[in-house]
Design a binder for this molecule. Sequence first.
Ligand SMILES: [Zn+2]
Ligand SMILES: [Zn+2]
Length: 76
Amino acid sequence: MPFGDGTGPAGQGPGTGRGAGAGAGRGRGRMGGSSPGSGTGGYCICPNCKYRVPHQAGNPCYSIKCPKCGAQMVRE
Ligand SMILES: [Zn+2]
Ligand SMILES: [Zn+2]
């Protein structure tokens, strides 16, 4: 909120923007998430050498081994 800005429309803009944004965000999130809890995206990281690979949905991190050192990957 810009203090000292006496323009009315400035106040209305953010209000409508939030409403539309929240609705679209929730809708997309529910549709995209097939397995709540595990989630999609993110990275699997090697606890040994910190090597990261993009996490694959339906592929548990611990089932992946680090391509560099062979350690068991974990969720970042
Ligand atoms: Zn490693
Ligand atoms: Zn993972």
